[in-house]
Write a protein that binds this ligand. Structure first.
Ligand SMILES: [Zn+2]
Ligand SMILES: [Zn+2]
Length: 106
């Protein structure tokens, strides 16, 4: 079992897990990020089959009036520590949500 880490702020200590059906819902006391984890289906990299994954927060954006993109929600995604190494490296610095690969078009 790998260590639990808040995908939003990197906290590893102040995390509260609560069972919610099949899932465990985790709340970070430091930044209030909430996410759930399926203990029977740990994230695995589709490309290299590694389970050495790290959580990150990804933004869900919508185009608001004009051409401004605004973040309407966030989701937790898992990135592979080897395939997505460069994305993770820059994510760890600022911990601002990752932008979607495809931005909505008009
Ligand atoms: Zn946090
Ligand atoms: Zn991989």
């Amino acid at each position: 079992m790998d260590e639990l880490q808040c995908p939003a702020c990197g906290e590893t200590e102040s995390l509260i897990g609560r069972e919610k059906g099949e899932l465990i819902e985790i709340t970070c006391e430091t930044c209030d990020q909430r996410w759930s984890r399926d203990p029977n289906a740990l994230p695995i990299c589709e490309r290299c089959d590694s389970d050495d994954m790290e959580g990150a927060v990804k933004a869900i954006v919508e185009k608001s009036r004009g051409s401004q993109l605004s973040i309407v929600a966030t989701q937790v995604v898992y990135l592979c520590r080897s395939c997505d190494e460069s994305i993770l490296a820059s994510y760890r610095i600022g911990r601002s949500p990752l932008m979607p690969d495809q931005l909505p078009t008009q």
